[in-house]
Design a protein around this ligand. Sequence first.
Ligand SMILES: NC(=O)c1ccc[n+]([C@@H]2O[C@H](COP(=O)([O-])OP(=O)(O)OC[C@H]3O[C@@H](n4cnc5c(N)ncnc54)[C@H](OP(=O)(O)O)[C@@H]3O)[C@@H](O)[C@H]2O)c1
Length: 255
Amino acid sequence: MATLPFSLEGRVALVTGGAQGLGQAIAAGLAQAGAHVIVAARNAERVHAAVAALAADGGRAEPLVLDVTDAAAVDAAFAHIDATHGRLDILVNNAGARNRSNMAHLNAADLREMLETNLVAPYALCRHAAQLMRRGRYGRIVNVSSIAGQVARANDVLYPATKGGLDALTRAMAADLGRDGVTVNAVAPGYFATEPNQPMVDDAGVAEWLRQRTALGRWGQPEEIAGAVVFLASGAASYVTGHVLAVDGGYLAHF
Ligand SMILES: NC(=O)c1ccc[n+]([C@@H]2O[C@H](COP(=O)([O-])OP(=O)(O)OC[C@H]3O[C@@H](n4cnc5c(N)ncnc54)[C@H](OP(=O)(O)O)[C@@H]3O)[C@@H](O)[C@H]2O)c1
């Protein structure tokens, strides 16, 4: 079991949306720190490719094809994790959905749909994870929120509500699970160069705006999220819970 503060040796971690983007970088960071990483997402081909990439880098990983909004599939996935490992030490709720538009185009059904992925599923997974974590009186939950949980822009009316809810849920679950030895924190990424953002990454106007708008003056690269998550998942963060850690190049700190 872990001896160095940032070591995750001997830990079992589940990363949702771990097959690409921020989730893939988080999975790589956890594996590099010594964890056995269960990589979950819907697209089987991508999940297997991500696991193969981790293994090629010397990491321990396994695939889990899972839609986090499918309650029966989530039940089965946790039964499988329990049967295979008998434990889960780290859960990273990273899978997320975003439908960017304004109030004229997004209705209440759109809000319900986004909430299913961004809030209901993380809660369901946390409940399952907590059951396994309570047994060992040890657990680390990290929810991937967004700076949009704290600030908003026009033409993106629902996503901030789902992430603000996730921030509040993080605090509430931290309060609920603390006495079981389980910490619950979130990271709030700023602007990262991942696939859904590619059109903006290719836009020189956005690069210039970020140059002025963020303290570090640039896009974040996916691997730059990993250190914060490894920290929150490790023994080094043993007295940190209910916290939302911005990983945003100083977006929230700077204007
Ligand atoms: N990139 C940014 O700048 C940024 C900023 C702030 C917050 N975030 C948050 O960071 C997280 C990752 O973002 P990203 O940019 O890396 O996104 P991404 O490249 O679109 O990756 C999302 C991952 O989630 C999986 N996923 C989506 N819905 C799922 C579901 N229902 N069940 C299981 N897996 C699901 C996707 O795989 P499948 O389609 O195969 O399922 C994919 O692996 C999200 O929560 C996002 O809101 C990102």
